[in-house]
Design a protein around this ligand. Structure first.
Ligand code: NAD
Length: 422
């Protein structure tokens, strides 16, 4: 195995190359996915570089544990890389999530078979060229392209692949677990979400309003962490509704390559149809569309693109399908509430448990709510504020295991305890 300091050097060279190619990678990501080039430049590509920087340095700081059984024995615990591991990622944050898996796997000393989404393969291809340029030894990272049922399932069912790190839909996670679990593979599953954004009347209103808009509509709402169920304490419900609708209706849906576009294209016709079917469902369930709800047709370069107006819906109960199922698009619902217990019951009513946001200036309430809410990630007075050292992942049907920090390095290793009698 290549020593940790050599792995560090190679991974840090990759960081430099990703940063060198920021503009062209961001452009490719935008063209492939439909996201705005602005968000690709600000979020996706810098984060891909950060993923490698973080795990390159982490690999230099690992340590083995030792336990003394007083007077009898000394134990030490070795951690060896698993060998060949599989990494499978989705289309919404293509290079960002692809590298979030690959970086810790390589830093831990594994070799990787990695599959990007067939919907957005471009930056993974460009990235493979950077790996060669950085001097990553042949065979350490094997990027394979193709569909889930064909190429993805071949990785999952291969007897020599010791672990699967997967990010994608809950249904796909289920079918991967069905194949991998009886083979006793290690599994890390990062799945769907239906995240609550809970707004108390005592919040910092202006900050809340700006962040709530971002949390609902960033990346066309195609982020697993998006706050799509917005619960507002009744005393400020009407004011919030008025201001939120006003702000959201000013978002510009447009050509993803234009600098002033806020909302780009939906990734595919298939996903566009899914989003529109949920807007129809919301109408059928008795919801009122306060703004949006329609397809947007653009001229010129984007005339074949699939665009959806940012949509806000009210008048739905917390337990209807629109409020229980993941839409993964620019669609948010707003609902009033009166008490903490009531809103906790609404928030926890879904089968998902990925992330939540709570807006309040009352510190005791914030901690009380954080302890009781059933999500793996709780943001108090913020959204998507990330520290790569923290455990990242969901409860319930949002997944199994946590990424981030040393946890991800550990995932790609096997522990062995050696007990030496004194
Ligand atoms: P998806 O499940 O359709 O596909 C994800 C990946 O799995 C793709 O590479 C696909 O080719 C592959 N795949 C599909 N079937 C497979 C199979 N049978 N065996 C092996 N691989 C298979 O998901 P998607 O539509 O690309 O992404 C959207 C979903 O991802 C949403 O549900 C979203 O919430 C979720 N997501 C979760 C997180 C998280 O961190 N929890 C982050 C981003 C996206």
């Amino acid at each position: 195995m290549t020593p940790a300091d050599e792995r560090f050097e190679i991974l840090m060279r990759l960081v430099g190359l990703i940063e060198r190619d920021l503009e062209s990678l961001a452009l490719a990501e935008s063209v492939d996915n439909g996201k705005t080039v602005a968000i690709a430049k600000r979020l996706d590509i810098p984060r891909a570089a950060s993923n490698f920087r973080f795990y390159a340095t982490a690999a230099m700081h690992t340590f083995d544990e030792s336990h003394e059984t007083t007077g009898q024995a000394i134990n030490y615990t070795l951690r060896h890389p698993l060998g060949v591991v599989g990494c499978i990622s989705p289309w919404n944050l293509p290079l960002y999530l692809f590298t979030w898996k690959i970086a810790p796997a390589i830093a831990a000393g594994c070799t990787v078979v990695a599959k990007p989404s067939e919907v957005t393969p471009m930056t993974a291809y460009l990235f493979s060229k950077l790996c060669i340029e950085a001097g990553l030894p042949a065979g350490v990272l094997n990027i394979v392209h193709g569909t889930g049922p064909k190429v993805g399932s071949a990785i999952v069912s291969h007897k020599d692949v010791k672990a699967i790190s997967f990010t994608g839909g809950t249904k796909t996670g289920e079918s991967i677990a069905r194949v991998a679990a009886p083979m006793f593979k290690k599994l890390s599953l990062e799945l769907g979400g239906k995240n609550p954004n809970i707004i108390f009347a005592d919040c910092n209103y202006d900050e809340m309003l700006a962040e709530t808009r971002r949390a609902a509509f960033a990346n066309q709402g195609e982020i697993c962490l998006c706050g799509s169920r917005i619960f507002v304490e009744r005393p400020i419900y009407e004011q919030f509704k008025r201001d939120f609708v006003e702000q959201v209706s000013t978002l510009k849906v447009g050509d993803p390559l234009e600098a002033d576009t806020d909302v780009g294209a939906i990734v595919s016709k298939q996903h566009f149809d899914k989003i529109m079917s949920y807007i129809e469902l919301a109408r059928a369930e008795g919801g009122t569309i306060l703004t949006g709800g329609e397809q947007v047709h653009l001229d010129g370069r984007c005339s074949d693109g699939w665009f959806v107006e940012p949509t806000i819906i009210e008048g739905l109960s917390y337990d209807c399908r629109t409020n229980q199922e993941e839409i993964f698009g620019p669609v948010a619902t707003i609902m009033p509430f009166d008490t903490e217990d009531e809103v906790l019951a609404y928030a926890n009513s879904v089968r998902y448990g990925l992330s939540s946001t709570i807006w309040t200036e009352n510190l005791s309430r914030a901690h009380r709510m954080a302890a009781k809410i059933e999500t793996g990630i709780v943001w108090i007075n913020c959204w998507l504020l990330r520290d790569l050292r923290t455990p990242f992942g969901g409860m319930k049907n949002s997944g199994v295991g946590r990424e981030g920090g040393f946890e991800a390095l550990k995932f790609f290793t096997e522990e062995k305890n050696v007990c030496v009698k004194l």
